[in-house]
Design a protein around this ligand. Structure first.
Ligand code: ATP
Length: 362
């Protein structure tokens, strides 16, 4: 089932939380609402669910207008950050809860409910915990039970509000993978709220970036990361290195630093944004870039080594960061204080000047 959101405006008293939101959430896909705190993600999710009423605009599920339908009649499944399981009910009773409270004529018979609960617990791989109480479960297990409970109603739309927010990093990662594979198997339409870029990029088919109650960009994770429409999106999606300077005849300069730009840059004051993994470290400058640095710090971060760089003969507000592999690190053995050069590698950079900001590709 697709979700069409048209012209939504939402006010809390005089405060406008959502501004003219237009968005299509495609059938059977996983869509992330991503943005900083207060950007309106939860409010939009609650409007889709029917828990909140917009002052203006319409919501349609596969063409059918549901704007005036009560939450109960929209038939969407929910999972929240705090699992909200009933403490006095066993796992099986929690999963069966929604089915047991259906009006009599819609309620499946007892054997059917038992079968569905068994199937759902199998699906979340927790059949062995059916008789436990929530207090006897880990956070990750509780969240899977909350998901099974939401799925018991066989919703075509599943809404998740920071579903893994309260869990530690390892459990989060496992649950993400697991949700993705469950989704690929069952093909329901889901929308989840997150402020975690990595989670949004890894898990979803489509990412909606929000800020201040507005949609900044809607795209696939790959497009969003590679071709952000704005500086906000570029910066929000990950670490960036910034060079401010003046562009003259296709070359940007500041102090001793300069870089030759791809075609498409007007003469202007501008800022360039480069991702750490799209920059290489070398011992001498290249024909296309002269960006001298001193190594300020070397940090081992899991699979890669992050080198912090201080500009040498030019200035920037924050230190640059470049990631290199352990193999490269061992081969070159860079030391704090070493002089080196950064060379933009293949890929994208974002150029902001008084003309239209744009992504440039080498
Ligand atoms: P977070 O990641 O912190 O949950 P969010 O992006 O989900 O943030 P919302 O919860 O949708 O943001 O809130 C958007 C804005 O609307 C915020 O400024 C918030 O303070 C305001 N807001 C949300 N709910 C209400 C309410 N019931 N009454 C008044 N203001 C509200």
């Amino acid at each position: 089932m697709s979700i069409e959101i048209q012209g939504i405006n939402k006010f809390f008293d005089k405060f406008q939380a959502l501004h003219d939101i237009n968005l299509t959430i495609p059938d059977g896909q996983l869509t992330a609402l991503l943005g900083p705190s207060g950007s309106g993600k939860t409010t939009l999710l609650r409007i889709i669910a029917g828990l909140e009423t917009p002052e203006e605009g319409r919501i349609r599920f596969s063409g059918k207008d549901v704007t005036d339908l009560h939450v109960r009649d929209r038939r969407v499944g929910f999972v929240f950050q705090h699992y909200a399981l009933f403490r006095h009910m066993t796992v099986a009773e929690n999963v069966a809860f929604g089915l047991n409270v259906l009006p009599r004529k819609e309620r499946p018979g007892k054997p059917e409910i038992r079968k569905r609960v068994k199937d759902l617990l199998e699906m979340v791989q927790l059949e062995h915990l059916a008789d436990r109480y929530p207090a006897q479960l880990s956070g990750g297990q509780k969240q899977r039970i909350a998901l099974a409970r939401a799925m018991a109603m066989r919703p075509e739309i599943l809404l998740l509000d920071e579903p893994f927010g309260a869990l530690d990093a390892k459990v989060r990662k496992d649950l993400r993978r697991w949700l993705r594979s469950l989704h690929d198997e069952l093909h329901f339409t889901s929308v989840f709220v997150t402020h975690d870029q990595e989670e949004a990029l890894e898990l979803s088919d489509q990412v909606v970036v929000m800020s201040n109650g507005r949609i900044e960009q809607v795209d696939t994770p790959l497009e969003l990361y590679g071709r952000p429409d704005s500086r906000f999106v570029f910066e929000f999606l990950g670490q960036v290195n910034v060079l401010s300077g003046k562009i003259r005849d296709g070359v940007m300069r500041q102090g001793d630093a300069w870089i030759r730009l791809p075609e498409g840059c007007e003469n202007d004051d501008a800022q360039l944004y480069l991702r750490p993994h799209e920059v290489r470290l070398t011992q001498s400058a290249s024909d296309d870039a002269h960006l001298p640095f001193r190594i300020e710090a070397i940090n081992l971060i899991g699979a890669e080594v992050r080198i912090e760089l201080k500009p040498d003969g030019w200035e920037c507000e924050e230190l640059w960061e470049v990631g290199i592999s352990h193999t490269e690190f061992n081969a070159r053995q860079p030391q704090r204080g070493d002089r080196c050069f950064a060379v933009p590698d293949v890929g994208h950079l974002f150029c902001e000047h008084s003309q239209e900001p744009k992504t440039l590709v080498w």
